[in-house]
Design a protein around this ligand. Sequence first.
Ligand code: ZN
Length: 443
Amino acid sequence: MQDVEESRELIEFIRRSPSPFHAVAEVRRRLDAAGFSYLDEGDAWHVEPGGSYYTTRNGSSLVAFSIPADLPAGVHFQMTAAHTDAPTFKLKAVPTLEGPASYVRLDVEAYGGMIDSTWLDRPLGLAGRVLVRDADGRGATSRLFSPDRDLVLIPNVAIHFNREVNKGYAFNRQVDLCPLFSAGELRAGDFDRLVAAELGVEPEAILARELCLVNRQPGRVWGWADEFTSTPKLDDLQCAFASVKALLAAGTPVGHINVCALFDNEEVGSGTKQGALSTFLRDVLVRLCGALGLGQEDYLRALAGSMLVSCDNAHALHPNHPEKHDEANRALLNRGLVVKEAANQKYTTDAFSRAVLRAVCDDAGVPLQTFANRSDSAGGSTLGNLSNEQVSVHAVDVGLPQLAMHSSYETTGTADTALGIAALRAFFSRDVRIRGAEGFELA
Ligand code: ZN
């Protein structure tokens, strides 16, 4: 069954992406294999019509693009955006807490808004990047770090010591959520020695590290009919995976430039140099235009005819809590991509952008469904409206349906990854010719 195949590949993609740095490395590996060329932000860019390229920022955000072989006058961009980060716990600079007794614990703080309880009593790993001094002592190099081992665990307090735990217990993150690192075999100073040994360097060579906890529970396709797929970090690596797969499947575009953006730091507001609020996407598009011999006027004309599909996962109807959802505008598992709309414009979807995506997907025979929050509950925020502050274009907010968003282990429909790829592939494959806000044609 094709759906199971896509879901198993998604699980493997997520297993290889324990941090945003690893996610970008994994996407790079796939783009390189597909013949994309890497452009360093610090180099002069030379691009050719018919070529495919990508660049990265901070090693944790990436923008890839494919240029048509015949560059039309009045070219435009058809773009997707997803995010590489997920809620987790980050290690502090002094990484260990000594005691009580001979215990050593890690000192972590929350990155993003997770469901705390889902991080307890399960084997956890560590992943991220480490800045290591070069052997000649003159410079340093960023190295990926993700030992394939269960390294720490956050133990619950026994119910005998906390009879209230089933009545809605609030975890204190400074007290309750410190991962256990050693029972006494290791001391606090051993932490960097272990990191150094893993990287094959001397402990003194480690200048800085940026590590987060990783849920080591492997992804699974499950249920009597294999209907469900569960893995850590579906939000938003499922959309990152789907958008990259769609970009590759669409091949060389005709009439427009396809752009696939992956941003870090969505879970903490996107306000970093590599986040959706940064100049990253705009810088890439401006430089791409320049490298194609197009000027500022061409760039602005291109934006007027461009469109962004902002991809960030959506809440599927919860089986135990249907009352949390709007009765008419609610999404179901295994029914494909969800268009999200909100009157407060936290989602960028409007009638125009919904119509474009609807027309594209109708023509391709790919289903779309709709989500809106209950009118008495505030929704979350996402990428599209933030990205639009730097690159202002027609945009629609979508996501794949999932349960338990921001749990350390999330669940989607097994059919949904393939349906998401099909919808985004249809968007990349059609040439959407936009006439301001008056209408559009699909070529
Ligand atoms: Zn998200």
